[in-house]
Design a protein around this ligand. Structure first.
Ligand code: SAH
Length: 460
């Protein structure tokens, strides 16, 4: 991050604008929104600045800029068409450690101005670090359409209630939960619908009737994080990720997804079965129960879907037995994610009428699979955890009667920027793994549908 974002309190603080044209007038207008005390210096001024002066909103001095003008200023904006004057203003400001922005000259700036979505008192500032003002503006327009105009009113109402809520719930954690509950519920909908009195009444009622106990119970969220691409998270997953106190995640969860968890949440890496740093399953189950019983909201974040080769069932069983409340959020399972991103439909009217999900994980060096089921015609077989035991898997498939030239694909790190797709036949699977040094996590997809990859591949 090249530029550190902050919000300055400019209330009645002296700010200097150097320049008398339209741009200078616009910058002065922006500064006025935060009630700054503005001095404008320029030998000549255009209508914009003269009008501001006449209204008594800025002080204008018709003269050349002098280095001493920057003294005591909270910030300086140089907005003349004269490069030399802008340069002198920037140098004077820097010499006195006063933040300075020179319009259209990033090299001379010590701060840059973001695009702003203004929902006073809510402010959203967008910056591309100077890379593209147009991109920042487009992003701002997107945000404008997403965030209702009444957001500012919402923040004002919240501010009015803050003191009372603090008295009612001296404990910070309970307070946070109270607000999370309110800010995702009907009060907000009423405000957005213009029913302000009803919204305030509902907030009053909630505050009167809420018992501390409502806001201190622990809970576990068993959440599927999908195969890797953060765009494939569900809305619910993202929402619960924002309100967790603790997160337990394993190796399969992509770092880009862990990044999206609430910053203040404690993050515990619990590894994965084949890891040396692994937390044994029994210990993990007990940890979930203990943390929830301490009143924490525990996010158990898993790759793909928690109920597909994810041991989610075992973890939940223990919670249910201990009477800990929980929610389960499905995720896109690796078979579906990898197949889509490789352009391989798992079913197809011409090639596959069913799809089988199996694990290629070896137990005591053996594969325990229902072979006749795997060999059904017009079927796709999606194999999880198949890379390590690929020699045994390929040998067994062929011995059991699978056609050696049956199309088969290996998709490594599907849905991520490192995705690799290798297309071949069942008889070449092991060779491909060896030649291409294929590593987990990888999905193996077997069936006629693999032929469609060539035509339907889209993700690079
Ligand atoms: N619960 C998970 C599966 C866990 S088993 C789910 O629903 O997806 C772990 C196996 O999933 C890996 O060995 C691999 O076969 C597969 N897998 C998970 N993420 C993957 C990815 N991004 N690309 C390829 N395979 C993946």
């Amino acid at each position: 991050m090249r530029h550190f974002p902050v919000f300055l309190d400019l209330n009645r603080r002296r700010c200097l604008v150097v320049g008398g044209g339209e741009v200078a007038a616009r910058k002065a207008q922006q500064l006025l929104r935060s009630n700054a005390d503005i001095l404008i210096v320029a030998p000549r001024a255009g209508d914009g600045i003269l009008a501001l002066e006449q209204q008594g909103r800025v002080k204008y001095e018709a003269r050349e800029f002098l280095p001493g003008d920057v003294s005591g200023c909270a910030l300086v904006i140089a907005a003349t068409a004269d490069k030399e004057v802008n340069g002198r203003a920037a140098a004077a400001a820097k010499a006195e450690n006063v933040p300075v922005n020179v319009v259209d000259n990033p090299a001379l700036c010590s701060f840059i101005m973001p695009s702003i979505v203004d929902r006073d008192p809510v402010q959203i500032a967008v910056s591309t670090g100077g890379a593209s003002p147009v991109l920042a503006r487009l992003l701002r327009v997107k945000l404008e359409t997403l965030i209702p105009a009444t957001y500012g009113r919402l923040a004002t109402v919240v501010r009015e209630f803050r003191g009372r809520v603090k008295q009612r719930f001296p404990d910070f954690k309970q307070r946070r939960r109270f607000w999370e509950n309110i800010l995702q519920g009907p009060v907000v909908e009423m405000l957005f619908a213009g029913q302000e009195a009803a919204a305030i009444q509902a907030l009053e009622d909630e505050l009167d009737s809420a018992a501390s106990a409502d806001y201190q119970a622990g809970e576990v969220y068993l959440v599927g994080g999908g195969p890797g691409d953060p765009d494939l998270l569900t809305f619910r997953a993202l929402r619960l990720m924002q309100q967790a106190d603790v997160v337990l995640y394993d190796r399969l969860v992509a770092p880009a997804i862990v990044e999206l968890v609430r910053k203040e949440a404690r993050k515990i890496y619990v590894g994965k079965q084949s890891d040396s740093h692994t937390v044994p399953q029994s210990e993990l189950n007990a940890m979930l129960v203990t943390l929830a019983q301490q009143g924490k909201r525990v996010l158990r974040l898993k790759g793909g879907d928690p109920f597909i080769f994810g041991r989610g069932g075992e973890e939940i069983e223990e919670l249910a037995a201990a009477g800990v409340p929980f929610q389960i959020v499905p995720g896109i399972t690796a078979a579906a994610g990898c197949a889509s991103y490789a352009g391989i439909p798992l079913t197809h009217r011409d090639y596959a009428h069913s799809c089988l999900f199996v694990t290629g994980h070896l137990k005591d060096g053996k594969l325990d699979l229902n072979w006749p089921a795997l060999l059904q015609p017009k079927q796709t077989v999606a194999i999880y955890m198949g890379v390590k035991g690929i020699d045994m898997l390929q040998k067994s498939l062929l011995e059991q009667g699978m056609q050696p030239d049956m199309p088969a694909a290996i998709i490594q790190q599907g849905t991520t920027p490192d995705q690799k797709v290798y297309v071949g036949k069942v008889a070449t699977l092991a060779q491909t793994v060896a030649d291409k040094d294929v590593k987990p996590p990888s999905m193996i997809v077997v069936g006629e549908v693999v032929k469609l990859h060539e035509k339907l591949s889209w993700y690079q």
